[in-house]
Design a protein around this ligand. Structure first.
Ligand code: SF4
Ligand code: SF4
Length: 715
């Protein structure tokens, strides 16, 4: 019996390993054909501790998955079963190679191990039941677009659940017979195996030996089939997720947009040659190996899709489907990508058609439709939610770069903004002298830098284009200037020397204009000796803090809500006049998700007497975009429901007197949607959207309160 079992076991293992190995080699060749990205490996070598932390927190700790409590706990149970039940497979291998009664000394004699094995297997079974229920509940047929699984390959997921179920029952069958045959050394520690063993107790030893061998072979066979299945399916993430987490950009795929890279080096525009260098991503071969790793790691869970503002308002963009379409195309084109020049010349036209050799990456009939590419607001909800740290925004941005810089193909209305940035240094094309007008409306002096910042200047106040030129945002600028003045913080502004940070150009994909504006600003800031900056616009804040270091600008940058919260805490600003209002706060994506500033704006509101705050359903890291990011502010929104309307509808559910935020673009987008709602009679006339700094100054000065309320004078 031993030899027959051994022969079947070894033959099956050899076939399965050959099939899996061939597939792994094929996948490796695709990855290796990608563009280099040396920074990914360098950062692991530079900060090995962080790489280990990532594995402990994201992979073993399942941090992101556990945010979705029931599904997260179930996944954690299955994932831990995958790790811990490897011990059962080690035991199975020993039984196969040495004999059914062979045991690993010092290991297979310890009862608690059997207890842990049985317990995690049962927890895994519970997880499988929950997954099955979730999949039925979210059935795309029933819920259509609202289902996070819409567009996922569902049959693969059902097969996976079925195979894992087979792993579990064959394990208990094998161990139950083992127990009855006296070969399971864990005693009643392996309590469930013991219970199953009761079914076989009293059978004659020959029958038990046959059953035990069958159980052993079944248990091994399921694992081998699972292995072959996994490397051919989306469940490849079992092996690839730890790698993707290891090589993600740190701290995550948000904050800074990545520089344009070609051949593993930042692209030098003065030397660049569009025929030689890679300008963004114009074809699938332009993706780096990390890009291919992202595509291969996607679990198709749809968490990104469920949070995407574009998808949720009827646009064609789903971050999940974008990754899947890139992956399917990469797999289709792979035989061509990895072939030698000689082999390529021998492919027939039919073969090339099947391999999608001439399929454009972004085109009406391409891999990605342009409407998909231009729908993204860069809000970061997809990156935030993705349990395997896929970097959707980087891929979208790189494809945009190719479209804008090589194909000159982008929504025409954004062209006006680009021209204005090039010619006037702001998206509205206004004169730079207009940047000083808000100062004239103040009743105190503001220091405007004309050479160097003064010795005693604590902060350079980066006003931003909207803050200086847009009427609603100017109110925030004046409120912040007044608050700094009241708190005794010495600050200065650049006035006409300030130009747009370049964020809208960069997020559109026009890296050249971003570089031009960025270098101009960095030169101005460095020449003026600026060390600390406060910015009211989260886009400026993000660019100054996270992107200017890429071009030689290194400053300590804070958002005004961070500075104001600190000044309130220090007692330099004291809100006294009550504002008896229900207020709901909208998290700007580039302040919240991109830079993790959630607390300070809320802290400021909490210090204002009378304010009652109520969170919207989607808030903090699950906050819903206003629709302006990713240069969408400068594009028409022609498909689906407007994102700002969706957000204001959600705000109205809290019955607010005021909607607060901390971004000039959110202020405009939400303000526009609120005005529409007022015209429709769906919002009260008094409803307004304000920056939290406006609330603070109102309370400190007792000004701007509704007439029927008596302002309490500030001390
Ligand atoms: S960044 Fe936002 S809009 Fe863009 S794909 Fe991700 S979730 Fe959707
Ligand atoms: S990209 Fe991430 S969040 Fe989206 S489906 Fe894939 S694994 Fe899930």
């Amino acid at each position: 019996m031993f030899w027959i079992t051994l022969a079947i076991g070894l033959a099956g293992t050899a076939v399965a390993l050959a099939l899996a190995g061939r597939r792994v080699l094929f996948l490796y060749k695709i990855g290796a054909s990608g563009q280099p990205d040396p920074e990914r490996t360098l950062q692991v070598r530079r900060e090995p501790k962080k790489a280990v932390e990532g594995q402990a927190v994201e992979v073993l700790g399942q941090r992101k998955l556990l945010k979705w409590t029931v599904a997260g706990l179930s996944h954690a149970a299955v994932m831990w079963a995958f790790i811990l039940l490897l011990t059962v497979y080690i035991e199975a291998a020993v039984a196969l190679l040495v004999g059914l009664d062979a045991k690993i000394p010092g290991f297979q004699t310890w009862g608690p191990i059997g207890f842990v094995q049985d317990t995690i297997a049962l927890a895994c079974t519970a997880g499988l039941i929950v997954f099955t229920a979730i999949r039925f509940k979210n059935s795309p047929k029933r819920l259509d677009r609202k289902s996070r699984f819409k567009g996922s390959h569902l049959s693969g997921a059902w097969w996976t659940l079925f195979l894992i179920f087979n792993v579990i029952w064959t394990m208990f069958f094998f161990r139950g017979v083992e127990w009855a045959a006296g070969n399971l050394p864990y005693g009643k520690g392996a309590y469930f195996s013991y219970l199953v063993g009761q079914l076989f107790e009293g059978m004659n030893p020959d029958t038990l030996e046959v059953l035990e061998s069958i159980g052993l072979l079944l248990h091994i066979a399921v694992a081998l089939i699972f292995l072959v299945f996994v490397v051919h399916s989306k469940h490849l993430h079992i092996f690839l997720a730890p790698l993707n987490v290891m090589f993600k950009r740190r701290p995550d795929g948000m904050g800074a947009a990545q520089p344009m890279m070609s051949g593993g080096k930042p692209l030098d525009f003065e030397e660049a040659d569009p025929d030689e260098d890679v300008f963004g991503r114009g074809k699938i071969e332009d993706f780096t190996w990390k890009g291919f790793l992202d595509m291969a790691t996607c679990t198709e869970c749809g968490r990104c899709q469920s949070q995407c503002p574009a998808w949720n308002t009827g646009k064609p963009l789903s971050p999940k489907m974008l990754i899947l379409e890139l992956r399917d195309h990469a797999l289709a084109k792979a035989p061509y990508m990895v072939a030698s020049e000689e082999a390529r010349s021998e492919f027939t036209d039919e073969q090339k058609l099947a391999m999608q050799v001439d399929k454009e990456l972004v085109a009406d009939d391409g891999v990605i439709h342009p409407d998909v590419l231009w729908s993204c607001t860069n809000c970061g909800a997809c990156v935030e939610q993705c349990p395997v740290d896929i970097e959707h925004i980087d891929h979208i941005l790189d494809m945009r770069r190719f479209q804008v810089m090589i194909e000159s193909s982008f929504p025409s209305e954004a062209g006006v903004m680009l021209k204005n940035l090039e010619n006037k240094g702001n998206p509205w094309g206004m004169s730079e002298m207009k940047r000083l007008e808000w100062i004239e409306e103040l009743d105190f002096e503001v220091d405007v830098v004309d050479d160097k910042v003064a010795e005693d200047t604590e902060y350079l106040f980066w006003v931003g284009c909207a803050g200086a030129l847009e009427d609603r945002a100017k109110k925030t600028t004046k409120a912040v200037a007044e608050l700094l003045h009241i708190a005794g913080v010495k600050f200065a502004v650049l006035g006409p020397m300030e130009a747009c940070t370049g964020d809208p150009a960069r997020r559109l994909g026009m890296e050249f204009v971003f570089q031009m504006l960025g270098q101009q600003n960095v030169e101005t800031l460095n020449d003026a000796g600026v060390k600390k900056i406060v910015a009211t616009c989260p886009h400026c804040f993000n660019t100054l803090a996270n992107e200017y270091p890429q071009i030689g600008g290194n400053y300590e940058v804070v958002h005004h809500t961070q500075l104001l919260a600190h000044l309130v805490e220090e007692g330099k600003l004291t809100p006294v006049a009550p504002i008896e209002e229900n207020i709901t706060y909208h998290d700007p994506c580039f302040l919240g998700r991109h830079n993790k500033v959630y607390k300070q704006p809320r802290d400021i509101m909490a210090t204002v007497p009378g304010v009652k705050t109520q969170e919207m359903h989607r808030h903090k890291d699950r906050g819903f975009c206003c629709g302006a990011g990713g240069a969408r502010m400068w594009m028409e929104e022609r498909i689906g429901k407007r994102i700002n309307t969706e957000r204001v509808d959600e705000a109205l559910e809290t019955n607010p007197d005021t909607v607060s935020t901390a971004c000039p673009f959110c202020l405009v987008m939400l303000g526009d949607a609120i005005n529409e709602k007022k015209n429709e009679g769906a919002a009260k006339e008094s409803l307004e959207v304000v920056d939290v700094s406006q609330l603070l100054i109102r309370s400190i000065k007792g000004e701007g309160l509704p007439e029927q309320k008596e302002p309490v004078a500030a001390e």
